[in-house]
Design a protein around this ligand. Structure first.
Ligand code: SF4
Length: 622
């Protein structure tokens, strides 16, 4: 077995790494993998050659390859060898937080490579904060909750978390959402991190689940797997974290692979988002009032807090809920804008006052810096909000808390400077990157100026192994009965994809009144990779989901039927409204391509290997 972190082939002093890598990859695809029962695919050989050029010349490449081309194995193999050669990990960024476990699961592509090639790959997951336990929530909750399952989580927390005297050497990562698969998403919300938590000032910080997990994945030797959202959060917070004496979210990488790379732009927008919580400004300015500052500054801070509260209340009042999205639309409104203009003016004034207060030495430097940074962040967000067409904004509600979210509409400039100017290989991999072979649209929207590209079709004979049937319906009840017949005829073994959570819950309500001879699994009832695992092993079960249009990889008899409960058009939320507003023909340029792409991805869940066959039913409202 090749040792951990050593290149899996030898390179003599007079040989070049890439020549030997080429020989090794040839051996792997022509000899080693076929000997282990893997099929040799011409597409993989072609891809391997293209990727080699990108790694060798540190280029950006768009690798468009259909389902079944084995593209993941190819990029993983290069990524592992390159990370070891450069002695820096490669980051693999996936579409969705729910999917990052798929790559490392038993029987997944990394597992297969390790077994076939005798490799021991050091791969670690970098997950978003929401996936980690928050002791500031769990600890007080455990005092009064009667929920046994939450109490079980509390009991499982390692002793060092509570015992201040324990040495840091004995700390280890704990508190990953995945460690508690029995909890529903609703239960997890009560104990997982959320944006209202003030981690910077938390007394658990050094023994907190997210701190220890971060420390763990930062030391990965080969691969770090994260979501696009997390990667973009890293890009966006890197400078400010360094300024504050913190480490960036991700370490320096030798290369980055964007799996399902067509979804990166949206994550970039989300990563560059300004999120204002109702409470934030009050917390910051209350800290200001606690300082020995001049009377006029105090009055101005009071006035800002009052106006800010009125403004937020007004926004909450006019915001409109949108089906299929947790983003509440904020309609254009003169009063709301006038309040925002006034607020921006007053915050600017306070920033000037702050300079005086700091010069009079009545405030300590640390407090001045914190207040200044927040107010600057606040006014910058407001300026995007007030400039027509530069920002997209919406309200998000979480219980009785709400946040105003402001997102820039175009991200290409920032990406060009912050990401693609780096002299490292960037690999985009997806079945859908180009518009009929033209990659200029994606390249432009991401700020990629120079790139290589290629396309390879799926090798599967879809005509032979897959039947697609379309069905019209006018009433939901009619569709439900139709879906029931399809499920009975197939004896379960099905994935039903819904356009939104609401749609799935409506179906669930109905399904729970019926008799079935197989089990149903619903997204959100447990941790997602646990649900996927159950679906895979409980072969006759039916999986209902609204997120798994992409990335779900369940070959074999567990999944022989995909039912598309309705066409996956984008929600009518602020983000898509902004996109539509800037299109000449919104339906053709935004809605239709989005729907077609997602539909194609959804259908793609069915045939995962040469042996798979099955049926896809698509329900269309008449
Ligand atoms: S550091 Fe943050 S997530 Fe961790 S316990 Fe404290 S508040 Fe919660």
């Amino acid at each position: 077995m090749a040792g951990m972190n050593s290149i899996p082939f030898t390179v003599a002093k007079n040989e070049h790494f890439f020549d030997r890598l080429g020989d090794y990859i040839g051996d792997v695809f022509y000899d080693i993998l076929p000997e282990q029962g893997f099929e040799l695919r011409d597409e993989q050989i072609y891809m391997a050659f293209q990727l080699e050029q990108a790694f060798k010349h540190k280029k950006t490449i768009f690798a468009e390859a259909g389902v079944g081309t084995g593209k993941t194995i190819v990029y993983l193999l290069y990524a592992i060898c390159y990370a070891r050669y450069q002695r820096k990990p490669v980051i693999i960024s996936c579409a969705d937080e729910t999917l990052i476990e798929q790559l490392v699961k038993e029987g997944g592509d990394i597992d297969k490579l390790e077994k076939a090639l005798g490799l021991e790959v050091d791969v670690r997951l970098a997950k978003a904060r929401e996936n980690y336990l928050c002791m500031k929530k769990l600890d007080p909750l455990s005092e009064y909750t009667e929920d046994e399952e939450i109490l079980d989580v509390h009991d499982s927390v390692p002793d060092f978390v509570f015992d201040q005297g324990v040495s840091m050497q004995s700390f280890y990562p704990y508190g990953d959402r995945k460690d508690y698969p029995w909890l529903s998403d609703k239960q997890w919300e009560q104990i997982g991190w959320d944006p209202l938590k003030q981690c910077a000032t938390c007394d658990f910080r050094h023994r907190s689940a997210q701190t220890l997990h971060r420390d763990y994945y930062r030391h990965a030797k080969d691969l770090i797997i994260c979501s696009h959202d997390f990667y973009m959060e890293h890009v966006w917070t890197k400078e400010s974290r360094i300024r504050e004496g913190q480490l960036p979210l991700l370490p320096e990488a030798s290369a980055v692979v964007f799996d399902e790379g067509h979804l990166l732009e949206f994550s970039a927008q989300k990563g560059l988002t300004y999120r204002f919580n109702y409470q934030n400004i009050t917390n910051v300015l209350t800290g200001y009032q606690g300082q020995d500052v001049r009377e006029e500054s105090l009055q101005l801070a009071e006035d800002i807090m009052a106006l800010h509260d009125d403004w937020f209340d007004y926004i909450s009042e006019i915001a409109v809920r949108v089906e299929g999205s947790n983003r509440l639309e904020i309609p254009t409104d003169t009063k709301m804008r006038e309040m925002a203009v006034q607020l921006e003016k007053m915050v600017q004034e306070l920033l000037e006052q702050l300079v005086f207060d700091a010069e009079l030495f009545t405030m300590d430097a640390y407090h001045t810096k914190i207040i200044e940074e927040y107010l600057e962040f606040f006014t910058y967000g407001l300026s995007i909000f007030l400039k027509d067409d530069e920002g997209v904004y919406w309200l998000e509600e979480d219980g009785d808390q709400s946040s105003l979210v402001i997102m820039p509409r175009l991200v290409e400039e920032v990406l060009r400077e912050e990401v693609f100017q780096k002299n490292i290989p960037f690999i985009f991999s997806s079945a859908t990157l180009s518009q009929n072979g033209d990659f200029s649209y994606i390249a432009k929207s991401l700020g990629v100026d120079a790139y290589d590209f290629f396309s390879v079709e799926s090798p599967f004979d879809y005509e032979e192994v897959r039947t697609i049937k379309e069905h019209g319906y006018s009433e939901e009840a009619e569709k439900y009965l139709g879906i029931a017949t399809q499920l009975q005829e197939n004896e379960g073994h099905s994935l039903i994809l819904f356009r939104s959570e609401e749609e799935m819950q409506a179906f669930r309500k109905w399904a729970e009144t019926q008799d079935w001879s197989f089990d149903f699994l619903f997204e959100g009832d447990k941790e997602i990779s646990e649900i996927v695992r159950e679906f895979q092993f409980n072969k006759s079960s039916v999986l209902c989901a609204y997120h798994l249009w992409e990335g779900l990889d369940v070959p074999g008899e567990a999944l022989t039927q995909v039912i598309i409960a309705s066409l996956p058009y984008p929600p009518d939320d602020p983000v898509f409204k902004a996109k539509r507003k800037h299109a000449k023909n919104a339906y053709d340029e935004i809605d239709l391509p989005y729907m077609e792409l997602r539909l194609k991805q959804g259908i793609g869940r069915l045939i995962r290997t040469e042996q798979d066959k099955g049926i896809v039913h698509i329900w269309k409202k008449a």
